[in-house]
Design a protein around this ligand. Structure first.
Ligand code: RRO
Length: 321
């Protein structure tokens, strides 16, 4: 309990990664973080996760590659990005002027490419960690190919672990039969932190024209529509592995963020909300602070995993998917 009137402690520790507060932006939802500067002071949030970076620039998929859905959004961007060298040379020097943890999301088509990316970022000043995107649903090679297979997850995590001293976050896909198998594989191979979930595979059909809505057919579904599924998966993973977990999936309010934190997440990432409200992450941080004050919690860390079963003891890890 906090002494009356004392501000709650919002800093969080995720293994080797310390953040001033638990709210980050999610990869792919605000470019390289600089896009947010016209809207708010990015040094007030816990961290920025960049769009996934590849060794060479990528143009991504042809339009249409974004579509609204009931309570969410489908995307098939196809990993458009400027490439790691341009990020380090052009974006990072500007980001470094802001006191915010920068997490570089990385994407490779092979294990070797992931390791090269991690190595390049290790040498760059101003990076607080790397997030391995082994869960992109929108590419023919790499991405989700790793994230659906415990052995491939293990191989790529180990290779990155050996290539960098930076904290290693592995971002998991929900498009698997048993996410705990992938989570265990990543943790045992040296992941410091797990983040989950990336988007769920989805598809939109325009019944009027009889065509597909996205140029690629299927894409990734995000937004409030996926939140209960994401909270469930975060709870399963946090109950299974010892490494800290970052919760992602349709967080629009502080209350939504608390769902993930009570279910076991030490921090959260805000994604789709940013498309309609660029400063959503900062507002959500304020709402988390108010929630702690109302509950009399001295620190947000007190609430991590504090979920209680209605009328009974705290729940054990559920069996099965
Ligand atoms: O760029 C994308 O299409 C994309 C990526 Br890399 C990802 O990880 N998740 C997603 O929904 N879209």
């Amino acid at each position: 309990m906090s002494p009356a009137g004392a501000a709650p402690g919002l800093s969080v520790r995720l293994g080797p990664l310390s953040l001033k507060n638990p709210v980050m932006t999610a990869s792919g939802t605000s470019g390289y973080g600089l896009e947010l500067l016209p809207y708010f002071d990015i040094s007030r949030i816990g961290g920025i996760v960049t769009k996934s970076l590849s060794l060479r620039p990528r143009e991504g998929n042809p339009p249409p590659r974004l579509a609204e859905t009931p309570a969410g959004m489908l995307n098939s961007i196809g990993l458009q990005n400027i490439g790691v060298d341009a990020f380090i040379g052009e974006k990072l020097p500007v980001l470094r002027r802001h006191d915010v943890a920068v997490i570089a999301s990385i994407f490779g088509e092979t294990t070797e490419e992931f390791a090269k990316l991690a190595h390049a970022l290790d040498a760059a000043e101003g990076i607080s960690g790397v997030e391995l995107n082994i869960s992109c649903p929108n590419t023919a090679r790499g991405g989700i190919e790793f994230g659906v297979d415990p052995e491939a997850t293990s191989r790529v995590t180990r290779a990155v672990r050996e290539a960098t001293r930076l904290p290693v976050i592995v971002k998991l896909s929900p498009n698997v039969t048993d996410i705990t198998l992938i989570a265990r594989a990543a943790a045992e191979a040296g992941a410091d932190i797990l983040s989950l979930v990336n988007t769920f595979m989805g598809m939109g059909v325009d019944a009027g024209s009889g065509g597909m809505i996205l140029s690629s057919g299927s894409g990734g579904l995000s937004g409030p529509a996926i939140r209960p599924m994401a909270v469930h998966l975060v709870h399963r993973v946090a109950s299974t592995v010892k490494v800290p977990v970052i919760g992602i999936g349709g967080i629009m309010t502080g209350h939504d963020a608390l769902e993930f934190i009570l279910a076991g997440a030490s921090a959260v990432q805000v994604g789709t909300a940013t498309f309609t409200e660029p400063a959503a992450s900062l507002r959500i941080l304020g709402e988390i602070r108010q929630h702690c004050e109302r509950r009399g919690a001295a620190a947000i860390s007190e609430l991590v995993g504090s979920l209680k079963r209605r009328g009974g003891p705290p729940p054990a890890a559920p069996a099965g998917g």
